[in-house]
Ligand binder design. Structure first.
Ligand code: PMV
Length: 360
């Protein structure tokens, strides 16, 4: 498929008003997306577990305007309060997706959004937030053109979400989503995320993700800036190749259920992501001392318990602790006994693999 496949055909219905709500989850990448081209296209393919508990709920109420507006007309409410400072980001998103959903200037929208995770927990809400909003707009498009198929609906929702925040395109469905053209993955595309199309071993069903909130503050360097620093990065080409190789390796790991190999790939990806940050120019560090304390504790515990606990990181200091469901009891005990002390206000979130967004 190409971008032009997402331009709409004529709308059949005239809809004056309505409202639509979606709950969309966050996701955690196993092979990381870091570095992008024009139009939010990734420099390398990535794959993620869709999460379940960490989610954004968005309601869009729409009313047809008397005449087309020159600008986007919308109000934005976040957790029950009007939020002017979020509006520029939404405005940019709307201007990027307008050519694909041209009804945007025909309506006034009230966008009401809230997150399931604590406010300013340092958890990026862009994946869940942008995917929830993209789904609401797709639902309106489906009201205007009921002929849209379920498959096209999900692809276009992912395509639109990507234009809001790259990783958001991996939050529409679950439980394992790949995004970015990868030669060995049939149907993979830079334009949208797809459900991982090959066999996945029982070991990965109901995988758990406990998110340790190490630093709840604002990040010093945004993902946008970080992605851009991959242009002219001395190790960029090698890193992008490595992501392809790691996806190949994961394919056999998912099939065989080899957790030892899984750990090697996932932890190496997390540390490589942060190594790219540390070797950018300008360089920066998003990990905190407690991030490293936790990593070392996980390695120690894995060694002595023979468990298959491992970690990954997103673009911040928080640590995602990954483990299979049958290790839940021992890992939860270990987290309480040894890791919680490294969390800000002892806060952490218990999450697990999820199956994608839901219409409410
Ligand atoms: O979607 P963005 O632009 O916020 O980038 C996300 C980048 C990482 O979370 C670090 C990696 C990933 O693949 O999700």
């Amino acid at each position: 498929m190409t971008e032009t496949d997402f331009l709409p055909s004529d709308y059949i219905n005239d809809v004056k008003e309505g409202s639509v709500s979606y709950k969309s989850p966050s996701n955690i990448a196993l092979v990381k997306y870091w570095g992008k081209k024009e139009n939010q296209l990734p420099q390398n393919p990535s794959i993620s577990f869709t999460l379940d508990a960490c989610a954004t709920t968005t309601k869009v109420t729409f009313n047809k305007l008397e005449k087309l507006d020159e600008n986007f007309s919308f109000d934005l409410w976040f957790e029950g309060k009007e939020k002017e400072d979020f509006k520029p980001k939404i405005n940019t998103f709307l201007s990027r997706i307008e050519i694909y959903i041209p009804f945007l200037k025909s309506y006034h929208f009230k966008i009401e959004t809230s997150n399931s995770f604590p406010h300013s927990s340092g958890i990026a809400s862009s994946a869940s937030g942008m995917s929830a909003l993209a789904l609401c707009f797709m639902d309106i498009e489906k009201q205007l053109n009921p002929e849209i198929t379920a498959d096209f609906f999900n692809k276009k929702a992912s395509f639109l979400a990507r234009l809001g925040s790259g990783s958001a395109c991996r939050s529409i469905e679950g439980d394992l989503i790949q995004w970015g053209a990868h030669e060995q993955t049939e149907g993979s595309s830079d334009l949208f995320g797809i459900k991982y199309p090959y066999e996945v071993h029982e070991n990965f069903k109901n995988f758990q993700d406990t998110i340790l909130l190490v630093d709840k503050g604002q990040k010093q360097v945004s993902s946008t800036v970080g992605h851009n620093l991959m242009h002219n990065h001395p190790f960029a080409a090698e890193r992008f190749n490595q992501a392809h190789t790691n996806l190949n390796k994961l394919k056999s790991v998912f099939k065989s259920g080899d957790l030892i190999e899984f750990i090697k790939i996932v932890e190496s990806e997390a540390l490589t992501l942060h190594a790219m940050m540390m070797t950018s120019m300008p360089y920066f560090i998003l990990m905190k001392p407690n991030t490293l304390e936790i990593i070392n504790k996980i390695w120690e515990f894995r060694e002595k318990s023979n468990s298959h606990i491992c970690f990954t990181l997103d673009a911040g200091a928080n640590v995602h602790v990954l483990y299979s469901e049958n290790e839940k009891a021992i890992v939860n005990q270990f987290i309480k006994d040894e890791l919680v002390v490294f969390c800000e206000n002892q806060q952490y979130i218990c999450d697990q693999i999820g199956f994608g967004a839901k219409k409410l």
